[in-house]
Structure formats: structure tokens, C-alpha cells
Design a protein around this ligand. Sequence first.
Ligand SMILES: [Ca+2]
Ligand SMILES: [Ca+2]
Ligand SMILES: [Ca+2]
Length: 241
Amino acid sequence: MKISIGGLFRKSVSACAALGFALGATTPVHAANLLQNGSFEAGYSGVPWQTYTPAYSPSATGHFAYWKIDFGQVDIINTLWDGSDADTLRNDASVDMNGSLGGGISQVFATAVGALYHVSFDIAGNYAGAPVTKHMDAKVAGVTLPNAAIVSNHYTFDVTGKSATNMGWESRGFDFIATESSTRISFASTITGNAGMALDNVEVTLAAAAPVPEPETYAMMLAGLGLLSVVARRRKQKPAV
Ligand SMILES: [Ca+2]
Ligand SMILES: [Ca+2]
Ligand SMILES: [Ca+2]
């Protein structure tokens, strides 16, 4: 492949821009949530809480609309405690990752291979039961190779001093680069009992639309810059005639 110096320079500039973006040097204007019902408000009702199992089928309506219950049991919490919205009223839904035992939920969304995505979500915990420290895994993986996790992170939350109107919601997040056109995000409790990690406001947003440069691009870019400096040095050293 033949690349002109000008072309190489333009490629380098775009690669640097993409890198800066990936490192957070540029703040995205506004990116839409790629998940449906990430706030779990779809089926909000006056029912304090309700338990769900894998028998629940994903649908466009109800508490867990668009989500799949992967295993065990999870609770939707409506009025039992305050979700992660701005107020402290018990008027928004969230999830207890343990029904009467630990459970898991997931959702599949479309991705562009090589693009950078940002995941964010809020965590708290069911203060009404043991253990004091709640545990949960968050995983992102391609759909056709579901066991090949791109990202697998473990989270903990201590419920000491927490209550229905003082949940102490905290934000967590991570980035990933998509490897397939469909990606699955999953959350799984890793503790037993009926009081688990609380989860709300799950968002996945596109952080860098352009494919993140391949390592070869960086090698080519660095080689190109090295070549330019050698040329510049040689020109300086060349005696005037
Ligand atoms: Ca919510
Ligand atoms: Ca609220
Ligand atoms: Ca529960």
C-alpha cells in the first residue's frame, strides 16, 4: 500500500483525534442511551416490590421490559425504597439483584465493531438483610461468542447506615470496544440471601463513533513521523552548495 506523506499526516491527525477522544480529552455532546428501560421505570406501579425469575420472557412492557432474567431471582423495587433519581421520594423503580436468592439480568444491543462505548450505572444495596457488603459482577460480551467477555468487573457496596430514603446511590462505569455487531451487557449477583446489590440507571452510550485505530495504524504513524524527522535532519545536514 502506497501512502503519500500528506495522506500519512492526515491519517496521523485523525488517529490522534480518535485517541484523544478515547482518553476523554473531548467531551461528547450528548449520546443517547443504547439500552431500553435502563432506568427500570417501564412498568412502574404502586406495588412495593415484585420478584421475577427466568420464566419471565423479555417483552416491550412490564417492569423488566427489554431485559432478560438469566438465572435465579431478582426483585423490581417500586415503592419499597428510593431509586436513583434526584429526589428521595420512593417514586422510581430500581432492582434488587437478589430475589429470595441471587439472580442475573441482561440486555442485547446493536454495536459497531471497533467503536468505543461507555457503560454507566448506579449501585446501592438492600439494607434490610445480610450480608452488609453486597457483591455483583457486570459483564460485556459479544453475542455470538458469549463466553468471551470483553469486560468483566466486580462491584461491592456497603449498606451500613442506609435506609429506604437514604440509599446512598453511587455511580459506576467502564468503557469497552465492541467486537461484534450485537453486544450483551449482563449483571449478576454473586451473593446468597434475599438482600442484594441494588441497580438503577443503566446506560450504554457511544463514546467514539469512528473505529478506534488498529495497532498497525499507530506503528505506521510512528514510522511515518520517524521517517519525516530523518528526512528533516538529512536536509539540515546537507551542506549548502
Ligand atoms: Ca429508576
Ligand atoms: Ca425517588
Ligand atoms: Ca430481595
